[in-house]
Design a protein around this ligand. Structure first.
Ligand code: PA5
Length: 479
């Protein structure tokens, strides 16, 4: 039977739309808005960047671009594994952090019932999902003591196979499983997702005979949501992971051109880059759909960790990087909108809007004698949220604030696949414009190394010494 995502007209009807009108002078005014000429002037750099991206792809350095094709078969294999095993478990727990957790959370919030874990009918026989994404003792103990371990499958995810947060979660969960169910139970209660050839997790997984899935060497953590990192937990909660990959493949085709006016990922990156250069480094992503709230959180990591860099590719100190901010409509209209409207001209707001929500919910009528309340009864919540988005957009525009909108015809696996891929490519392209390496994260290493030293990890004694000899804090500044 053919799948809906194989049908060209369905695909077209589900295409994301990027509306950049409010980034341009004709709506936003000359002082802050861009002109067509500004974009045309960037075309030569875009062509160069496109060439560099394609060369890196050909050289096998940009693994995330291969995933929509290379993971089709892997997705089938994951689906088979999930369907054969899901009945055994009531709970599925992701043990991972950063790029090994944020995509999992984003997919779950976007594509499953908002109260999935509490709603058995909505789960349709799939296990509940938990992603602690932290090592807070209260949160972790609270989770582990709540779960029935005999009905729980843990997916320990770490590309490096050595991340302290993830491995400490794993050690603790494993010890509890062993204590309650015996040594022999480990292989039935843990799945590993890691590098095939390096790190400690692969050694442990082999020793424990765990089911193991691999993260391609050429795909970095924050670009790995479409590898088994994100696909296993998605499939275990009933998400159509093949449709997700089909959405990414569709966006890949749309973006296979160096022409800025035709390529949404490149044009959006270019405008964000120009805005940053012009003193607007704050990149706010504001979905008007609760389901897209964690997609904004995923974007926040992708944009920040990829583009915030000290040195450029020539090794010169540049200290660049825009600051991604997540917000949520309409909630943050009552928290952040005042700042966005009247504060400094340092932001670009990217709205995410949805044409058709999964549900239609009418506002109940009432109090016909109080016109300030009764007008609401003639409308739906769908209308209320949509109108609020359009009203906020217009208000920002009237205040000459740069903003743009990405429209999802629906939030489904196909549109989410498009979105994830578009932003990954946008990030790679922005890396070219900033002339930095968008795929490393040297800035997070130093803090990690001090922590390893203090906790006694072998090979980090010098870091402990440096930590122990850190300058004394002055009491003058402690109140
Ligand atoms: O994007 C990244 O590379 C990081 O955020 C990593 O995903 C994160 O540090 C976790 O790393 P690992 O998967 O090696 O445990």
């Amino acid at each position: 039977m053919s799948k809906r995502y194989e049908d060209a007209s369905w695909q077209e009807s589900m295409r994301l739309k990027l509306d950049l009108n409010n980034m341009f002078a004709q709506t936003i005014g000359e002082e802050h808005g861009y002109s067509k000429e500004d974009i045309d002037a960037m075309q030569e750099r875009a062509t160069k960047a496109h060439k560099a991206i394609n060369e890196a792809k050909e050289a096998g350095e940009l693994g995330f671009m291969e995933l929509p094709e290379s993971h089709k078969e892997i997705a089938k294999d994951i689906k088979e594994y999930v369907e054969a095993n899901r009945d055994k478990y009531d709970n599925f727990v992701v043990l991972g952090i950063g790029g090994s957790a944020l995509g999992n959370i984003a997919l779950q919030t976007a594509l499953n019932h908002p109260y999935y874990n509490m709603n058995e009918e909505a789960r349709g026989g799939y296990p509940r999902l938990f992603v602690p994404d932290n090592v807070d003792p209260d949160r972790l103990k609270g989770l582990l003591e709540t779960l029935d371990l005999s009905k729980t499958l843990f997916n320990v995810i770490s590309k490096s196979g050595g991340t302290a947060e993830t491995m400490s979660q794993f050690l603790t969960a494993r010890a509890m499983v062993v204590e309650e169910l015996g040594e022999g139970a480990v292989k039935d209660h843990f799945v590993a997702t890691t590098s095939a050839n390096s790190g400690n997790l692969i050694k442990i997984a082999k020793e424990e005979e765990m089911k193991t899935y691999y993260i391609p060497e050429n795909v970095g953590g924050r670009f790995s949501v479409l590898t088994p990192v994100g696909l296993i937990s998605a499939a275990f909660t009933g998400i159509d992971i093949e449709e997700l990959l089909a959405g990414a493949a569709y966006m890949d085709k749309i973006c296979d051109t160096d022409k800025l006016w035709k390529n949404p990922a490149y044009l959006n990156a270019t405008l964000q880059y120009l805005a940053d250069q012009d003193g607007k480094p704050m990149s706010v992503m504001m979905p008007y759909a609760h389901s897209l709230k964690d997609v904004a959180d995923w974007y926040r990591q992708l944009w920040a960790e990829s583009l915030g860099k000290k040195v450029n590719r020539q090794g010169e100190v540049v200290n660049v990087g825009p600051t991604p901010v997540k917000a949520l409509g309409a909630t943050d209209q009552h928290s952040q909108a005042q700042l966005y409207m009247e504060g400094p001209f340092d932001k670009v707001v990217t709205f995410l809007e949805v044409e058709k929500y999964n549900e239609e919910l009418e506002i109940a009528p009432g109090y016909e004698n109080i016109s300030g309340v009764s007008y609401l009864g003639a409308h739906s919540f769908n209308e209320l949220l949509t109108v609020e988005k359009k009203a906020t957009e217009l208000a920002l525009t009237k205040n000459n604030r740069l903003n743009c909108t990405i429209t999802f015809p629906e939030v489904n696996a196909f549109t989410i696949g498009q979105f994830l891929y578009m932003f990954e490519l946008q990030t790679a392209f922005a890396g070219e414009l900033y002339d930095i390496n968008a795929f490393d994260q040297p800035g997070v290493e130093l803090g990690k190394q001090y922590a390893y030293g203090v906790l006694g990890r072998g090979g980090f004694a010098e870091m402990k010494e440096e930590f122990d000899n850190r300058p004394e804090k002055s009491e003058d500044f402690i109140l």
